[in-house]
Design a binder for this molecule. Sequence first.
Ligand code: GLA
Length: 760
Amino acid sequence: MITYDENQKVFHLSTPATSYVIGIVDGVYLGHVYYGKKLEDLTGVYSLLRTEENPFTPSVNLREKVRFMETVPAEYSCGGTGDYREAGLGVLNAQGQYGCELHYKSYTIRPGKQALCGLPSVRGCESCCDTLEIVLEDPVLGLEAVLSYTAYRDMDAITRSVRIKNAGSDKLVLTRVLSAVLDQDQEDYEVITLHGSWGRERRIQRRKTGYGSVSAESLRGETGHQDQPFLAVMTPGTTQTSGSVYGMNLVYSGNFLAKVQTDQYDKMRAAMGIHPENFRWPLEPGEEFQAPECVLVYSDEGLGKMTRTFHDLYRDHLLPEKWKDRERPVLVNNWEATMMDFTTDVLLEFAQEAAKLGIDMLVMDDGWFGQRDNDDCGLGDWYINEKKLPGGLKRLSEEVNKLGLKFGIWIEPEMISEDSDLYRAHPDWAFQLKGRTPGNWRHQLVLDLTRDEVFEAVYGQIYASLSTGNIAYVKWDMNRPLCDVGNLVLPAGRQGEIAHRYVLAVYRMQQRLMEDFPDILFENCSSGGARFDPGMLSFSPQIWTSDDTDAIERLYIQEGTAICYPLSTMGAHVSVCPNMQTGRTVPFDTRALVAMAGTFGYELDVRHLSEEDRKAVPRQIALFRKVNPVVRTGDYYRIASNRENGYFDCWEVVKKDRSLAYMTFVQTLSQPNMPSRRIRLQGLDPDKMYAVSCDFCGARDFDGRALDERSFADCEENSGGAGIGTEIGTFQGRTLMNAGMLVPRAAGDYRAFLYELREV
Ligand code: GLA
């Protein structure tokens, strides 16, 4: 709900458990009053703006305006006129002078939410949310800024975005347009950001904020492996279940800045948006610029509730409608098994074996087009390599389909190899700076998709390929960051648009593909998880989480990813051991249980499985099909973290009606003389009774005895009974959550157990 109190001049945006309050200061400036646990009666709340306090409001205490500008809790800040903190908006006037000051003009409140022009955004229908638009103006520049806020009625999420309009008669240049600025008192906050590298994406980093700034950012033209457009700012000591948390996440897939700044007056500004570095956007009279959307989630019950709100919001309102609730296929991808060395015959052998194992889909990865036998060449030539695949995609997809499997392919439309027909014909189609040789990365350059002729030519090729066979799935890859971002087409004053225009072009192409091929399931990917962000999730309901398929490394990666992204979005496969990226050997069932926290599939040579693994695959798939509906649609609870304790990892998914839950426990390191682990479940109905059973996946105790009396394989549930293995007992939800239950010790490292808790 959103209301405006004319007396106090405050806007109140409320969700089921949160309030967000904005005030008009002195009739002119827009100030941030409050964000946090829900308020009811707002009487007196305006005083939180401290307008009576020196050195505040000019008209009240006759202090200079600059002291006001640098201290007022701003709702959206401007650069150059006295607010020395992070600016939301930076503008150059026709004289090239930097400075902007926004004054309140008007507002509207409406049910529902409009999509952003050219950018992905969280959806919202008239019955589920309300939108407030506040129009601010700078009368000197002739500029209008429209701040849009949407408050959801059934979840504690608020989205924000900013649209800038040149309503004057002179040309303006925008040098920064962040999407959100959030000013609060600094209450000794801590912050979580997600950091990484190739193969080590989205590891949780937690630190104190302190004076100065803490930031996460990308200048790579994509989100990147290194940082995420995500911040969780929280009170000290916040846990999964307690503490105040402000989560912020940007729906964008390019250069971004996420920053927390603490100033001399112990105020904190959190800011998020397109990175201002090398961003310059000229705005002619009448033109508009739309900044991406920022999602805010507040939880007064710790990180867990914040996470579940993000999950619900993204599943219900961000993932493509068609896929958001759908079961996804169990696929086998040939990449780790064959790299680019394959033929139709090899792939058909894969498909034959996969069909026997109960796999749903074969995905042919990189290497099927042009002269692509290694990563030196071929990108840009999206026509079939007939030597490898005689009869092309048509024949291959038909043959695969005959075996009862669906068929999917890999593409990387944004790239061009210097050794390609496309590059030989159009060397100027790659990004480049005048007088410089563009820098290669994985022997490839980036196509300038901001140019219509490039966009159309690439799209035409991809369209033709996808139209020739019966293709059910596409993995859209992007294997290098951008640099040398310039072209020889736009005039000097417009080169600063290119990085953002590139992101818009990628969005446009993905949107067009979705519309032209509505039945294809898209999975985004970028050297693993370098473009895992809410922007891409609006086109593909799943994203390849990391090229690191080692199950133990995946514990860290998946924990960090799931802090704001739903489990159903995390591409996760079982691969061979010793693992290609780490050299580690982990039991086959542990690899499967870890992959079941995501989309689940295989990335190994199904033709050469051991007898034992061959028997395990159909059992794992059956288990996946049982567990996945709750993984995909239920509530996720992080119970324990290997990152914190060094010995075990534990998470739980609970069906929305709390009648069924699955808890996965991974013992990462065995210790001598170690105790069983007490696990306190979460999210169950305290009054319900739950039958608890466990598949110990072949683990043994220290005397060599099997922990399993019965595993999933010999359990009746395979044919419809209850439980997934060994019966542990029946407990009340309250007991399981407060007193907990004991998970036995197992001999050896990397053992994983799956518990089922079923209402009786
Ligand atoms: C990237 C992806 C891999 C694979 C290769 C193919 O690294 O993350 O999964 O598709 O490209 O070149």
